[in-house]
Design a protein around this ligand. Structure first.
Ligand SMILES: [Fe+2]
Length: 362
């Protein structure tokens, strides 16, 4: 399956303005007098910066755009990217950071620790059709219903002792999650239905409930038929499923699609870093009815799909309000894979059946 082509327009869509208002009002709870820092780079269309700066001003906030250099490589290398101290200095003043270009970084983590909130409309990197993605998955989606389902799924993960994922006919991945709390992966800072903040760092679009996976636990195999995000700046979809084998939380064998298996194997060998093979480090279920398999990380929210991360998850562990009772992986890279038609079992409950979410449960 190839990636889908979104609406790539060269002008600002009028829907961008009501969309931006919804993001600030219903997802960030922006208040008059707050300081908004929009972090951008050359990959961000100018009209996105203008819309987010202008709407924040219209709502009585103090809004500034700062544009830095695009970091080398794509999202894979975010954990080890180096940022200008000028961007870091500006981030110290912000109440709300709109992140169009950073993703995972120590200064974002530090801003959160100081009490700032961070909303990433593009899950780290803005692109020419980020507006199309957000209009489809936020403005034209019942976000409240998405959040209700995400909350229920997070609760089911919290109650379960074991998570089993079956892909294809015979690939089974099993994880002991007895002491793991489910995470809404809400994709919003503010829950407009409950009228309260539910996160201080959010990656849009909503939502991808799931778990942070303790280091060393996943065992088994998985078939990857969706997206693969690794070394290349852009995401790729293997023409035939890639088969990954895990032993005690380490990727030990790569098979299946010959081209992608070879490329992934070569990349990992060149990195020569065992920590890049740690995983899965997170497991999340997509629950947005309008998310597509495009180059935007909206593919992590494609309905009924499962996305798992590999490599680093150490920054997120520090974000948990309570110390976690288990260790998370630390690495210089973070990469992801998606499987589109998984069966996900939480103990004896079938939460997802070949890519179809069980509506009786959530
Ligand atoms: Fe990830």
């Amino acid at each position: 399956m190839g990636l889908e082509i979104p609406d790539i327009g060269l002008r600002a869509k009028p829907e961008l303005l009501p969309l931006t208002q919804i993001i600030y009002r219903d997802m960030c709870n922006l208040q008059p007098g707050e300081k908004v820092l929009i972090i951008s780079d050359a990959r961000t269309p100018e009209y996105l910066n203008h819309a987010f700066q202008g709407m924040a001003m219209a709502m009585g906030a103090d809004a500034v755009v700062i544009e830095g250099a695009s970091p080398r490589g794509g999202a894979t290398y975010q954990p080890s990217a180096v940022w200008s101290p000028m961007i870091e200095a500006a981030s110290r003043e912000a109440d709300l950071i709109i992140d169009f270009g950073v993703g995972y970084a120590q200064f974002i983590f530090d801003a959160l620790k100081r009490g700032a909130r961070v909303f990433s409309p593009s899950d780290g990197i803005a692109m020419p059709y980020t507006d199309d993605v957000l209009i489809r998955t936020i403005l034209h989606t019942d976000i409240r219903a998405v959040l209700r389902r995400a909350r229920k799924i997070a609760g089911l993960f919290s109650e379960a002792k074991t998570c089993r994922m079956i892909t294809g006919e015979d690939a089974v991945l099993e994880i002991d999650i007895a002491d793991v709390q489910g995470d809404m992966g809400a994709g919003t800072l503010w829950d407009p239905e409950e009228g309260k903040f539910i996160a201080n760092w959010a990656f849009a679009p909503p939502s991808q409930p799931g778990i942070l996976v303790p280091k060393g636990r996943p065992n088994g195999e998985v078939l990857v038929d969706g997206t693969l995000l690794f070394h290349p700046i852009y995401h790729a979809a293997p023409p035939t499923p890639l088969r990954l084998k895990f032993v005690d939380g380490v990727l030990t064998e790569i098979g299946g699609d010959p081209l992608f298996a070879m490329r992934l194997q070569d990349w990992l060998e060149e990195l020569d870093d065992e920590s890049a093979r740690f995983g899965p480090v997170h497991l999340n279920i997509g629950v947005n009815p309008n998310a597509l398999l495009t180059q935007h990380p909206e593919w992590e929210r494609v309905m009924g799909s499962v996305t798992c991360g590999m490599g680093d998850l150490s920054m997120l562990s520090g974000m948990a309000h309570d110390p976690l009772p288990f260790e998370l992986s630390k690495s210089a890279v973070h990469w992801d894979w998606t499987t589109l038609r998984p069966t996900v079992m939480l103990d004896d409950l079938v939460l997802v059946d070949k890519g179809r979410i069980n509506k009786d449960l959530c």
